[in-house]
Ligand binder design. Sequence first.
Ligand code: B16
Ligand code: MG
Length: 213
Amino acid sequence: MKYKAIIFDLDGVICSTDEYHYLAWKAMADSIGVPFDRKINNRLRGVSRMASLEIILERYTGPALSDAEKGTLAEQKNELYKEYLKNMSPADLPDEVNATLQELNDMGLKLAIGSSSKNTPFILQQIGLGGYFDAVSDGNNITRSKPDPEVFLKAAQMLNLPPRDCLVVEDAVSGAQAGAAGGFDVACVGDAARAGAGNYNMKAFSELLQIVK
Ligand code: B16
Ligand code: MG
């Protein structure tokens, strides 16, 4: 086998929370009168919460905001986002992803998560994957956000494996860059695959079954 483990990004790879992020950021943006649309929302993929807020505030023209006020705005968004996440269930885990994870597990690969999201444990629980992964590295155990490789390096450490033995799976260009910067091979789906950001650029998640052999 080419790899001993696979480290998956969460949002955009295992499941999609794009719409909930959009709705929650939109409510926050409306509350301070800053324009926000789905195109800007796309730029927030894989980006940490505070860095996402800074991107949204690029169009803000009101009175200067203190760090404390920015923290309150991010918290306001997150509270609403968590309310939306309560709607998630195992039905939000696509069948193809579920079946592929089972097959990869049966092949003897270690499976881990490498996500920027501090809500990772809650999302995994909602989609029925709480306790499923061999390691979970997320926004709660990192100090630097993607494209810094920290989140993936910590996942590899938790698995006790060097980066060359782990394949990273990402949907965001910043995430693919993080994987490459950490010395990992990267397989991309979605936006990052269309941008050709990975060593492998997939049309379907199940292509992983061939890539790892
Ligand atoms: P939170 P990923 C990322 O998750 C999302 O793609 C990104 O849109 C979000 O801003 C970030 O998590 C932080 O999320 O506010 O829940 O901590 O793609 O790295 O799994
Ligand atoms: Mg992602």
